[in-house]
Structures are given as C-alpha cells and as structure tokens.
Design a protein around this ligand. Structure first.
Ligand SMILES: C[S@@+](CC[C@H](N)C(=O)[O-])C[C@H]1O[C@@H](n2cnc3c(N)ncnc32)[C@H](O)[C@@H]1O
Length: 255
C-alpha cells in the first residue's frame, strides 16, 4: 500500500526540525510541494535546504511541485466558489498520489510549522480517501509551530495560571476579544487587525519571520508599540515581498 508522511518541519529555523521528522524524511521517496502566494519560492527553497541538510546523502528522493489552486474571491456566491476550490484541490492531491507515487513508495508532505494549525493537508488527505479512488495509509509528525516559536522568542508563556488562550485569525480578532478571553494569538492577519483594538489594558508580543535570519520581534503595551509594529511590518513586507507574522495579545488587568 502507498504510504504518506505529513511532516511538520517547524516555522522557519532548520534547527526546529525534530529528530522524529528527520527519521520520517529519510523514509520518503517523493516529496510533494503544494504552495501558493508570494512566499512560495522562499518556502520551497527552505524545504529543499532542509532535505539536503537532513537526508542521508546516499538516499535518493525526488520532488514534485505543483501550484495550489487559487480560490476565486471575486465569485458572487461564496459557498459554490469554496466548494469548487475544494474539489479542485482534492482532485490535485488525488492525482499526485495516484500518478506520482508507486505502490510500495512513501510520499512526504513537508508542512510549514505544525500540521494541526491552519494547514489544509490533513483535511485534504481525508477528502481524497473519502473519494475512494486511491488507497493509502498516512501518519502525522508534529512540528514546532509559529505559535511555539513566538512564545519562545519572547520568553513568555501563552497563558498565565488557569487562563484560557484563543488562537484565531486577524479577521476574527474583534470577536475573540469581545469574549472572556485574556490571551489571544493571532495568525493569518493580512492587515494589522490589532490597530482596531482599544488597547488600554493590552500587551502585544509580535514576531515576524520567526526563526529565520529576517526575524523581527516587538513587544510592549499595545497603545505604545502598535504604531511601531505597523511601520516595521510595512517596511519589512515591502523589502521582502511577503510577510509572515504572528502575535499574542494579553490583557494586563487580568493579573
Ligand atoms: C497557513 S498558516 C500556517 C501555520 C503553520 N502551520 C504553523 O504551525 O505555524 C500561515 C500563518 O502562520 C504564521 N506563521 C507561520 N510561520 C511564521 C513565522 N516563521 N513567523 C511568524 N508567523 C508565522 C503567520 O501568521 C502566517 O500567516
């Protein structure tokens, strides 16, 4: 039976790759790279570097790269557009596994950070199995997520004793803070959602390109540092052409 490994490779620093991930990578015959967006080239290069660094020089493996289908965000009806995009992605993964992976081979997906966090690979593999055309078994190797990297680099825990944490997107930040949550981690924020937060009692711990040589860290009271972060972020994005940032917002009054 075909085998697949979904391997979390950490969120930037090649040293984030775990021993378990290295062992799994050394079993892989073909790596599937499915990326999109402006960060695509940099992230693909990093995956290749990781393979060169950690896979035994005597092992042979190959890469198959494809572009992730782009969702039609201009379509008038949201539901059918998302459904069509999901169908296209599922068919793409199915074709990769069917055509590019031999019956006794192991395929690998090198997932940025950890596969459990804002990543579609696991849902996609289940969808492919659900269609019933290709059979395979798969395992998941956890990785160091950008959230773990953020907390480590700022030397803070994500919550204080007994408190809850919510992980959400920039778009949903306002509703997260409206509830009874003291610690909110924000990912996938394309536009500084923290700028709309009334932040008198909130600290921010912000990190961009965590674990890479371009890493930027800023922290402090949101009212004092929010504007600095917006400027630093805009400069970095203009320089590099893409931005990956994650931040923790924490109410100070809860202490
Ligand atoms: C599609 S999600 C993938 C998350 C990934 N699975 C993880 O475990 O971190 C991409 C988002 O993760 C965050 N992210 C990923 N890598 C990052 C990094 N090195 N530095 C800062 N944020 C990062 C950003 O919020 C980015 O928009």
């Amino acid at each position: 039976m075909k085998q697949l490994c979904v391997i979390g490779i950490g969120a930037g620093d090649p040293d984030y790759v775990t021993v378990q991930a290295v062992k799994a990578m050394n079993r892989v015959d073909v790596f599937f790279v499915v990326d999109k967006g402006p960060a695509k080239d940099d992230l693909t290069r990093l995956r290749r570097d990781i393979c060169e660094r950690y896979i035994d020089a005597t092992s042979s493996y190959r890469f198959v790269s494809v572009d992730d289908p782009v969702r039609d965000r201009t379509a008038p009806a949201y539901g059918p557009a998302v459904e069509a995009w999901r169908e296209e992605r599922t068919a793409l993964y199915e074709r990769l596994i069917e055509d590019e992976l031999g019956d006794d081979e192991t395929g690998g997906f090198l997932v940025w950070g950890d596969p459990s966090l804002y990543d579609g690979t696991l849902a996609m593999l289940e969808a492919v199995l659900g269609r019933g055309r290709v059979m395979f078994d798969y395992e998941v190797i956890p990785g160091i997520s950008s959230v773990s990297a953020l907390a480590a680099r700022h030397r803070v825990p994500l919550n204080r004793v007994g408190e809850a944490i919510q992980i959400t997107t920039g778009r949903r930040l306002a509703s997260a803070l409206a509830g009874d949550i003291d610690n909110v981690v924000v990912m996938l924020d394309s536009g500084c959602a923290f700028a709309d937060v009334a932040g008198g009692d909130i600290d921010i711990y912000w990190g961009a390109y965590l674990g890479t040589e371009d890493e930027i860290l800023v922290s402090g009271p949101l009212v004092q540092r929010g504007g600095d972060i917006e400027r630093v972020r805009a400069d970095a994005k203009a320089r590099k052409g893409w931005m990956f940032d994650t931040y923790l917002l924490r109410r100070t009054t809860a202490e």
